[in-house]
Write a protein that binds this ligand. Sequence first.
Ligand SMILES: NC(=O)c1ccc[n+]([C@@H]2O[C@H](COP(=O)([O-])OP(=O)(O)OC[C@H]3O[C@@H](n4cnc5c(N)ncnc54)[C@H](OP(=O)(O)O)[C@@H]3O)[C@@H](O)[C@H]2O)c1
Length: 327
Amino acid sequence: MKTFFELMDEVLDKTVLFGYDRIGYSIRKQLWNETETQVSMTDKIAIITGANSGLGRATSLHLAQSGATLYLVCRNPKSGEMVRQDIIESSGNWKVFLEITDMSEPQQIKAFAKRFQSMESRLDILINNAGVLLNKRQENSEGLEKTFATNTLGYFLMTNLMLPHLLKSEAARIINVSSGGMYPVAVQLDDPQYHTRPYNGVTAYAESKRAEVILNEIWAHDLENQNVIVSAMHPGWADTKGVQNSLPTFRKMTQAILRTPEQGADTIIWLATNPHLTKQDSGQFWFDRKPRSIHRSLKTQHTREQAQKLWKLCCELGDWNGPYPII
Ligand SMILES: NC(=O)c1ccc[n+]([C@@H]2O[C@H](COP(=O)([O-])OP(=O)(O)OC[C@H]3O[C@@H](n4cnc5c(N)ncnc54)[C@H](OP(=O)(O)O)[C@@H]3O)[C@@H](O)[C@H]2O)c1
């Protein structure tokens, strides 16, 4: 028989409002085993993108406190270095390194991958977290729309470039930070960069986050027989710089009930540290430490051909000639 908190979890999952906020977090927390995140990570090497703020910063601090060797991938040298110093001071872990990389710039991601591979012989944990919601259409230096370039292509390139190193780990994990904002939209393949459609930042963000969960499924399938657990997740609603700058009205209305960055980061940390996670869990979409569906409606379902088309598009736009997964 289900416990009261298990039943509450199911109800909250359907309501969104009280599920994504701190009330949902507090209720679901009753179901969790806190020791699953209190694990020594001293033998682990991790990369986290967008580590200087919000969920990325909270995750980085926890991993540093657990003893991991950490590469903070940030685009802003000043705030990146400030956060690195802060994390070292708070954790007492000096194995925290800063790598300046703009995740919307394919050439910079490729350059970072080369640097990393010359410094480390393997990678245990990759956390794709850097993300943007831009209210005006912007382009990167190659003319790619920035939301797509950062949130979708950035995850695609970082993961594929790191795969050889992840495969050298005894038990690797890839964590893709997506968003519940992707629920209303289907994959967009006709004009993902808003060349012909009127730009809408919230929709562009949702589409880029939908693409992330499809890539997550492709990697999980492709790496089925490898020692890599691939996960996507969404954090609920957390009060971070991203929400403050991109969704000021939403933030004003919900501020009192938004999660803290630490609460939003909980499932990222759990996916990175939980010793009980197994290969069977690979490919799932998690929220509050539980697998959830990536669809709330039949309208957002994608076909195998669409997943293949998305992969091909990322290969072309990222100038990526790596192996093509059979999906
Ligand atoms: N907070 C929420 O409620 C919520 C909900 C759903 C999903 N998410 C997802 O959670 C992730 C983290 O967001 P957050 O809420 O923690 O927001 P945040 O505080 O704004 O953090 C976003 C991070 O991504 C970095 N970033 C953005 N574009 C980048 C680029 N081109 N290159 C390198 N780094 C870049 C930012 O760097 P700068 O500091 O230099 O801008 C920042 O460190 C995102 O993927 C977001 O979509 C958050």
